[in-house]
Design a protein around this ligand. Structure first.
Ligand code: F58
Length: 838
């Protein structure tokens, strides 16, 4: 400090509460006007809604900065192991409301704005969410960042600052239409560009080896292209603690020194082209779900963010005065699926080529640093890279992977006594007409821990896709069932239910979700039951309003809100749900007086732009809706809604209004699911298969509070190996036959009998996902749902018990398990003005 001409006292004074840090209503009001003036350059009379949003956002950011700086300082002063979460996706959702909740100043901000004649919700809704993820995997990363901070665990999340996040979905004539997500168009008050933190990343080119004067082997990698990664930091504050961790996202740019030659030689357009190529790397999030083709840019993205992140971590480690050999004492690095798995090869390259470590020493560091989470069992979704493509982007890493594989297979051959099948299953390099690299195998070989994301998923991993790895190193395997943060998914999104719960059991449950248990004793209290039903009805009424605004469909808040919101995928079986809708519709048509419990079916979710069947499912939902919603015989008893552009913002409005949560994937296909947890936590009952975390949810809430149907994972496999014939189900089930025939012959599509042909054919003659096999069991189960819903009080009681027993599914619990069992890290409370929490 003295070097910089600063007095220690002066610097510390910044931390004393002042106009930029105070949390009371008066100070907040002053700060908002101050920021309106000094940041937006406006006075109230001419300020726009966005100006006010920005003024409030900067007011909140000032308060975060104080905690953020204190956290960084405290981490650097002591010797603490830091969690480094590597994820290609973070589906954060809007920051403003969440930061107000976690800072504990939501009410104060609301009051301050109210006194200024403004409305907080109106400003919160102005924020464009950062949709830097596809779905569950990206959202899990965001929940985990929240829990790490809340549990006061030193952590950095590393990822990519995509200029365009997940596409925006619009529905036109029933079809999905994609639009680009220009989320940065109004600026981003939540990030700080750290231009001084940047790294050069090499791509392509060739490798040379030589022996230096001291007889040491040296490697030179001469790239085709160098790109620069610049750090953009976002603070992640924990709930009512000072701890504020960093989410560091990398943006790609052209290096400063860039293309002087072309420029000097007058080749201006080439220089501009090269700049564009560099900027393209962090341009757009790939929307592919589960299956994807080998795209060079995707591999470049993965390597780009992983290399920036590892160089950054090594820098932090060395600046602490530590030896490179002890890297793993400073960082525990979690690989969120295989997308960052190239980190294992990059770590070896950095240690061996740049820091001169011997191979065995480098491998020791690497294999004590990384841990790998698997998120899928679908074999077609396991990442593979064509070897030639890989070599064209990362020539040095191919050599390193080959060396890792050579040494690894030497060891394995002895262990499996030459069993060729096992050796080729464990090999990191796949043989065939074209050779390829198996990223899951690289991740397993280079990690000290491997986990699945739900109990069933971990068991199936051990029995199927990672069977030989489990046999080789059972001690590496463990289960870490997913969880969700109750801050965003209850306190922020469902304030009414939050308040009702807290009025009975206090507020402790927000940080200790197990305490929801204490609600059980109120499950028979008539007053509480009534309040519970009132809150649900109010949330349904609000959603009904949004639905009519967005889709023009009028729905009845008293009907069952039957909700399936998630990515559209055949394995998630939105088409099974729609077959049930058609079945109810047919009951009405066959007997208009039939007793039908009114239902509103809400669907939402994006289909990968290149996934034909998924897009056809969206069209089918809308086509069925068009007929059912308008048919006078239905008398409004059934409504089908496709709510467009499912994202975090919309999810927050949908979950609180759900009565019934559809978790109907083919058993054995959904790794865990997290929407199942959020819906249940918000008081919805689940209709579901024994898949993913549904199994554990059912165990917790009790089988009497869970609507179970369908084949088990084992039965699915047996049915398939016995020669499953979907056509047989079609022929022998008149209701199923009728529904499928109606779809085929154009009943829902203005007599066009061609549109849904591919979908129907795949169901009748292939049906990989057992839709027809599970149809009757599903319909029967739905009949039980309808029957149960008739008794509103009984339903409310089930709903309360359900919520009371969801404590396990907090991401705090998941993160505690990762900390204790994998990362071996402890919390480090951050003090501010002498206290560690609000
Ligand atoms: C999801 N995977 C699982 N992948 O499907 C879900 O069961 C689980 O709850 C969740 O992870 C969290 O563990 C998932 O969301 C992706 O979005 C990938 C993005 C990159 C392309 C391949 C799919």
């Amino acid at each position: 400090l003295q070097d910089k001409g600063l007095d220690k006292k002066e610097v510390q004074n910044v931390l004393v509460e002042d106009a930029r840090t105070g949390l009371d209503v008066e100070t907040l009001k002053k700060a908002i006007l101050n920021n309106l003036f000094y940041v937006q350059g406006k006075y109230p009379e001419i300020a726009t809604r966005n100006d006010y949003y920005m003024a409030l956002a900067y007011t909140v950011r000032d308060r975060l900065l104080q905690r953020w700086v204190a956290s960084v300082k405290q981490y650097l002063e002591g010797k603490h192991r830091i969690v480094s979460y590597l994820s290609a996706e973070y589906l954060l959702g809007p920051h403003l409301g969440n930061n107000l909740v976690n800072l504990g100043i939501y009410k104060e901000a609301e009051q301050a704005l109210h006194e200024m004649g403004l409305n907080l919700d109106w400003l919160i809704e102005k924020e464009i969410e950062p949709g830097l993820g596809n779905g569950g995997l990206g959202r899990l990363a965001a929940c985990y960042m929240d829990s790490l901070a809340t549990l006061e665990v030193p952590a950095i999340g590393y990822g990519i600052r995509y200029q365009f996040g997940i596409f925006e979905q619009d529905i036109r004539d029933g079809w999905q239409v994609e639009d680009t997500d220009n989320w940065l168009r109004r600026g981003n008050p939540w990030e700080i560009a750290r231009r001084e933190i940047s790294y050069d990343i090499k791509l392509g080119g060739y490798v040379q080896h030589y022996m230096d004067r001291d007889g040491k082997f040296r490697t030179i990698w001469t790239p085709d292209l160098i790109v620069k990664g610049v750090a953009y930091d976002t603070p992640i504050v924990g709930y009512k603690v000072n701890t504020t961790n960093t989410l560091r996202l990398w943006k790609s740019e052209a290096p400063n020194s860039f293309d002087f030659q072309s420029f000097n030689s007058g080749d201006y357009s080439n220089a501009v082209n090269q700049k564009i190529i560099c900027e393209n790397i962090s341009k757009v999030l790939y929307p592919n779900d589960e299956t994807r083709s080998g795209k060079v840019l995707r591999l470049q993205q993965q390597y780009f963010f992983v290399s920036c992140s590892l160089q950054d971590m090594i820098g932090i480690h060395l600046r602490q005065g530590e030896r490179i050999e002890d890297f793993q004492t400073t960082f525990a690095v979690q690989l969120n699926d295989t997308h960052p798995a190239v980190a294992i090869a990059e770590m070896m390259r950095l240690l061996v080529d740049e820091y001169d470590l011997e191979w065995v020493d480098a491998w020791r560091v690497t294999t004590r640093t990384f841990a790998y989470t698997n998120h899928t069992l679908l074999p077609e979704a396991l990442e593979k890279w064509d070897m030639e493509l890989f070599a064209s982007v990362l020539p040095r890493h191919l050599e390193i992977i080959q060396e890792i594989n050579r040494r690894f297979l030497d060891e394995v051959t002895v262990r499996v006594y030459g069993d060729q099948e096992k050796i080729s299953s464990l090999s990191i390099i796949g043989e065939g007409p074209r050779r390829y690299i198996k990223m899951a195998n690289l991740a397993c070989a280079g990690s000290f821990a491997i986990n699945g994301v739900a109990a069933l998923h971990t068991e199936l991993l051990k029995q199927t896709v990672l069977k030989d790895w489990y046999a080789l190193s059972p001690e590496k395997f463990s289960n870490k069932t997913n969880g969700v943060t109750p801050r965003r998914w209850m306190v922020l999104s469902n304030p009414k239910l939050t308040e009702l719960i807290s009025s009975k059991i206090g507020e402790n449950w927000i940080k200790h979700l197990d305490e929801l248990k204490n609600l059980e004793k109120f499950a028979d209290d008539p007053e509480f039951l009534q309040q519970w039903m009132d809150v649900k009805l109010e949330m349904k009424t609000q959603l009904a309003q949004r639905i009519v605004n967005r889709t023009n469909i009028k729905v009845d808040p008293e009907s069952i809100f039957d909700i399936q919101v998630k990515r559209i995928h055949e394995y998630k079986r939105q088409h099974l749900n729609i077959l049930h809708v058609i079945t109810l519709y047919n009951r009405i048509k066959q007997n208009p007086e039939a007793e039908i419990v009114p239902r509103t079916f809400v669907f939402a979710g994006k289909a990968a732009p290149g996934y034909k069947q998924a897009k056809l499912i969206i069209k089918l939902i809308n086509s069925v809706g068009e007929i059912v919603n308008k048919d006078p015989d239905v008398k409004g008893r059934l409504k089908v809604v496709f709510y467009p552009n499912y994202n975090v913002t919309n999810a927050q409005k949908i979950y609180p209004a759900a009565d019934l949560s559809e978790q109907i994937s083919t058993a054995g296909k959904e790794a865990s699911g997290t929407g199942n947890m959020k819906l249940s936590l918000n008081g919805a009952l689940t209709i579901g298969t024994l898949d993913g975390a549904n199994v554990e949810i059912r165990e917790c809430v009790g089988e009497e509070n869970f609507f179970l149907f369908g084949l088990t994972a084992e039965e699915v496999e047996n049915t398939k190996s016995d020669g499953y014939n979907p056509f047989h189900f079609y022929e022998n089930n008149p209701n199923l036959k009728l529904a499928l025939d109606q779809i085929s012959n154009g009943y829902f599509s203005h007599l066009d009998d061609t549109i849904f042909k591919d979908l129907i054919n795949s169901l009748l003659y292939d049906d990989q996902f057992m839709v027809l096999a599970d149809y009757q069991s599903y319909v029967d189960c739905q009949d039980q749902v309808a029957e149960a819903f008739k008794d509103k009080v009984k339903w409310a009681r089930m709903s309360i018990l359900n919520v009371a027993r969801m404590g396990k599914f907090s991401s705090d619990r998941s993160i505690r398990e990762y900390c204790d069992e994998i990362w071996k890290v402890k919390s480090v409370p951050v003090t501010l003005n002498g206290t560690s929490s609000k």
